[in-house]
Design a protein around this ligand. Structure first.
Ligand code: ATP
Ligand code: MG
Ligand code: FE
Length: 351
C-alpha cells in the first residue's frame, strides 16, 4: 500500500508518501514549520496558523508527491489529520484531503493525530502490540497502553500543563525565545543543577498522573527573589527545571513499566517515547535509564518523526487499512478527540 499523508493540526504544514506495511518505506516527507510567523507572539496564533496552512499546503503536497516519484495511480489512499488540534488548521488539511481524495478517486482516511504519534514506532522499528507509549509534546503529556490499532488506554496524564507547554512557559518567564524547549535545554547545559531545588509535583501520590504547573510557579518565585536575574542564574534555573521534569518522567516510567508487566506478563516490556519533548537529551537519558533499570526495551523514533510530521499520519492510514475498507468522507474535523474515548482512534473514525 502507498498512502499520501497530510498534517496541519498545529504549526507544521506537512505531507508525506509512505509505503507499507510489510516493506516499510518513507518515500517522501515534506514539512514546513511556521515558527517564524509565531515567534514574535511567543506562541502559536491559531488564525495565523490556519492562514499559513492555506498558503502553502498545495505546494507541500505537490512537493511530497514529486519527491516520492509516485504518480496518482500509485497512491492507494489519502490520509489526513482529522483532529485533535487547532480547528482552523485541521479544517484546512482535512478538507484539502477530502478534495484530493474525491478528485483522484481514492479512499479517505481521517487520522487521529495522537494515533499518528502512537503508531510511529511501528514504522521505524520492529514493534508488536502491546507497548507503553509516553507522549510528551506541546499539547499532551500522557502514558498510554497501546494494545492494538484503535485500542488505547490512557493510564495517566498531566493534570495541568503539558511538558512542552511547561518548557515554553518557563522559557518565556526567563526571557528566552519561543519555542522554549531547545533554549531551556541549551541554557541548562551551562547550569548548576544543585543550586535550585525545585519540587517534583505529585510524585508523593500513587498512579501515573503528573503535574507541571506548580514547578513553573516555584521557578517563578525563585527567579523573582533574585531579580534582576543574570545569565548564570537563568542557566541554573533551567538546569533545576529540566532535572525535576526528568525525575518525574523517569519515576512514572518505572511505575508504568511495572503495571505493564502485571497486565501483560507474556509480553516483552517496551516503552516508546513520542512528541517534541522527546528531543530533550536529558529526558531521553532519564528514560533510557529507567527502562534499563527494569530490563525493558526503550524505543525512540528519530527526532524528525517524534515531532509533528505527515509520515506518521500516512503510516496510521496504512495501519487502519489493514483492518478493512475505510471511507471517512463524512467524518467532521474535530478540535478535541481523546485517544481513549469510546469512538477513539481511526477505528471509530466513521462513527
Ligand atoms: P501536540 O502534538 O500535542 O498537538 P505540538 O505539535 O505543539 O503538540 P510537538 O511539535 O510534538 O508538539 O512538540 C513541540 C514542543 O516540544 C514544544 O513545546 C517545544 O518546546 C518542545 N520541545 C522541542 N524541543 C525540546 C527540547 N529539546 N527540550 C524540551 N522540549 C522541547
Ligand atoms: Mg509543533
Ligand atoms: Fe503532535
Amino acid at each position: 500500500l502507498t498512502v499520501l499523508g497530510i498534517e496541519t493540526s498545529c504549526d507544521e504544514t506537512a505531507a508525506a508518501v509512505v509505503r507499507g506495511p510489510v516493506q516499510r518505506e518513507i518515500l517522501s516527507n515534506t514539512i514546513r514549520s511556521q515558527i517564524d510567523e509565531h515567534t514574535e507572539f511567543g506562541g502559536v496564533v491559531p488564525e495565523i496558523a490556519a492562514r499559513a496552512h492555506i498558503d502553502v499546503l498545495d505546494r507541500i503536497v505537490a512537493e511530497a508527491m514529486n519527491d516520492s516519484g509516485c504518480s496518482w495511480d500509485d497512491i492507494d489512499a489519502v490520509a489526513a489529520t482529522a483532529g485533535p488540534g487547532l480547528i482552523g488548521g485541521v479544517i484546512v488539511g482535512f478538507m484539502t484531503a477530502k478534495a484530493i481524495a474525491m478528485a483522484a478517486d481514492k479512499p479517505l482516511i481521517g487520522v487521529n493525530h495522537l494515533e499518528g504519534h502512537a503508531l510511529t514506532a511501528r514504522l521505524t522499528d520492529d514493534l508488536d502490540f502491546p507497548f507503553l507509549l509516553l507522549l510528551v509534546s506541546g499539547g499532551h503529556s500522557q502514558f498510554l497502553m497501546v494494545r492494538g490499532v484503535g485500542d488505547y488506554e490512557r493510564l495517566g496524564t498531566t493534570i495541568d500543563d503539558a511538558i512542552g507547554e511547561a518548557f515554553d512557559k518557563t522559557a518565556k518567564l526567563l526571557g528566552l525565545p519561543y519555542p522554549g524547549g531547545p533554549h531551556v535545554e541549551k541554557m541548562a547545559a551551562k547550569g548548576d543543577v544543585r543550586r535550585f531545588r525545585l519540587p517534583r509535583p505529585l510524585l508523593d501520590r500513587p498512579g501515573l498522573d503528573m503535574s507541571f504547573a506548580g514547578l513553573k510557579t516555584a521557578l517563578r518565585t525563585q527567579a523573582k527573589k533574585l531579580e534582576p536575574v543574570d545569565d548564570q542564574t537563568i542557566a541554573d534555573l533551567c538546569a533545576g527545571f529540566q532535572r525535576a521534569v526528568s525525575d518525574v518522567l523517569a519515576t512514572r516510567t518505572g511505575t508504568a513499566l511495572n503495571l505493564f508487566r502485571e497486565r501483560h506478563p507474556q509480553s516483552e516490556p517496551v516503552i516508546v517515547v513520542a512528541g517534541g519533548v522527546a528531543a530533550n537529551q536529558e529526558i531521553r537519558n532519564a528514560l533510557t535509564h529507567a527502562a534499563a533499570e527494569t530490563g525493558a526495551r526503550f524505543v525512540a523514533p528519530p527526532m524528525h518523526l517524534c515531532t509533528d510530521n505527515a509520515a506518521m499520519i500516512a503510516w496510521a492510514g496504512i495501519e487502519r487499512m489493514q483492518l478493512g475498507p475505510v471511507n471517512d468522507m463524512s467524518l467532521p474535523p474535530r478540535p478535541r478527540w481523546p485517544l481513549d474515548s469510546e469512538n477513539a482512534g481511526i477505528l471509530g473514525a466513521g462513527k
